[in-house]
Ligand binder design. Structure first.
Ligand code: 4LI
Ligand code: NI
Length: 190
């Protein structure tokens, strides 16, 4: 599995490249990439394991962040036990996105109240990152079958952050340089 030393940091040109489409059937290397990225997210969210191995917790990881310029990203959003309908469910969203495309997005924006962080960006960059509150994503699953999902709010923010990585974009590109905490009208604060 990946450790922090495997995570590519800001400044490495791979983070600014446009990632290549993934070919099907998946190669063994691509299958391993997918499972290693998801394993990182799972382990990084386990407080004991993360502390022991100095992993920074994440809910998303894209292939360019481990040095692979391919259109693959994993999203793993923990379920909030408080108001989740299925209290046995560990994750609100668990997805491996292959060749994802955002096919529609709401005009309404959503942003994380505390700003965004990224495993590839070591310093905190303050400011709001306006995203679409709701998106529809078309992607391929492990078998190459086309899938469509609709996500909103926090999961939608995470998906947009990860898909951005596949286009060479980092979250701070979206922060208003002159007014980092500029508030969009009618924005959902998450
Ligand atoms: C421990 C165990 C405060 C600061 C709050 C932690 C399990 C920031 C938020 C986590 C912030 C888990 C997260 C993202 C932010 C901040 C990502 C903690 C992991 C919160 C995920 C991709 C942006 C995603 C909400 C500068 C590595 N994640 N927090 N942003 N969590 N986490 N992003 N913002 N301020 N980044 O970072 O995975 S989209 Cl789950
Ligand atoms: Ni990131």
């Amino acid at each position: 599995m990946y450790m922090m030393r495997d995570i590519v940091r800001d400044g490495n040109p791979v983070l600014r490249k446009i990632a290549q489409p993934v070919q099907f059937p998946l190669s063994d290397a691509d299958k391993k990439l997918a499972s290693d990225m998801m394993e990182y997210l799972i382990k990084s969210q386990d407080p004991d394991f993360a502390q022991k191995h100095h992993l920074r917790a994440g809910v998303g990881l894209a292939a360019p962040q481990v040095g692979v310029s391919e259109q693959m990203a994993c999203v793993l959003v923990p379920a909030e036990d408080a108001d989740d309908a299925d209290k046995t469910k560990k994750y609100a969203l668990e997805l491996t996105l292959i060749n994802p495309v955002i096919i529609s997005n709401s005009i309404q924006k959503a942003q994380l109240f505390e700003g965004e962080g990224c495993l590839s960006v070591d310093k905190d960059i303050p400011g709001y990152v306006p995203r679409s509150a709701r998106i529809t994503v078309r992607y391929q699953d492990f078998d190459g079958n086309k899938q469509t999902i609709r996500v909103k709010n926090y999961p939608a923010i995470v998906c947009q952050h990860e898909i951005d990585h596949l286009h060479g974009h980092l979250f701070y590109d979206h922060i208003n340089k002159n007014d980092p905490f500029e508030k969009e009208p009618d924005v959902i604060i998450v």
